[in-house]
Write a protein that binds this ligand. Sequence first.
Ligand SMILES: Nc1nc2c(c(=O)[nH]1)N[C@H]1C(S)=C(S)[C@@H](COP(=O)(O)O)O[C@H]1N2
Ligand SMILES: [Mo]
Length: 317
Amino acid sequence: MLIRRRPELTASHVTPPGLFYNRRRGVLVSAATVLGAAMSGRGAGLAAAPAACDAPLPEAIRRANGETPSPLTDIAGYNNYYEFSSDKKAVRTLAQTLTIAPWTITVEGEVEKAYTLDSTDINKLFGTEERIYRLRCVEGWAMVVPWSGVSLCKLIERARPTSRARFVEFVSLKRSSEMIGQRVAGSIDWPYREGLRIDEAMHPLTFAVSGLYGEALPKQNGAPLRIAVPWKYGFKSPKAITHIRLVDEQPTTSWVKRAESEYGFYGNVNPEVAHPRWSQARENRIGELRKRPTLYLNGYADQVASLYAGMDPARLY
Ligand SMILES: Nc1nc2c(c(=O)[nH]1)N[C@H]1C(S)=C(S)[C@@H](COP(=O)(O)O)O[C@H]1N2
Ligand SMILES: [Mo]
């Protein structure tokens, strides 16, 4: 078992050098890939190029390998949502005070065409599909969740990111009049902020969620729009987002700011990297008696391990 030590982070090893977004091809490419293509004269079919936004995901991946979704009563009754409470069973009731319409989502920053939409326009513009994803909280509990929504890359592509867009920052709502947990002293520095590297955000698995079990997303699960990044611990999936900001530097995120020794920017699920206060080797799927072994990248390694080529997995907590 690896016990993690504080890494000496430098910008050069957290960001793959020379990674940029190719607007025409709709993919992220590396400078080396482009050079290789130029030298070999092959413009298409580059083995090393990351998946395009519309790359089809295998059916098994979209359906959690046929695993049975957790009951709605668990998914919508046991929640982490510190804007309301740190009591997971109280969130369901407390979150009902939130007004979710009208609600705008702004995509901005290092883009050619920033835009703002009402949350209800997202499915009209981009369509909707179901994804059954495993969700693994850093605390050690897990569920299987039938979300509906759209790949986040569709929302990002519409704004046409510039070559300076290397990270994506998500900003959740700050409205203490309706979010009583935001009035608690010593809590998170609101609003909740999260972030991804641009290639993580553009990966077709990364999902902008507007529904659950085929219905509108319950408020306690992050309505009207939350993110789901299934290979990362749950804290990397922000709820009630209002801004998606393309930025050139790695953003500061809420949990890193609150407890830098416990949470990192990556939050990749890894059974071999213990949290300073507990092991991550096993997990408790809500409703089950026996614990299950935790899977590397939460079982999505075939899809996303290549995003971290050349990086030490022990540092990606
Ligand atoms: N805005 C916001 N987003 C958040 C959180 C939060 O407190 N506030 N908690 C995170 C954590 S720790 C987890 S495990 C998941 C839980 O999602 P769920 O309640 O839908 O299962 O939401 C994440 N997104
Ligand atoms: Mo979590």
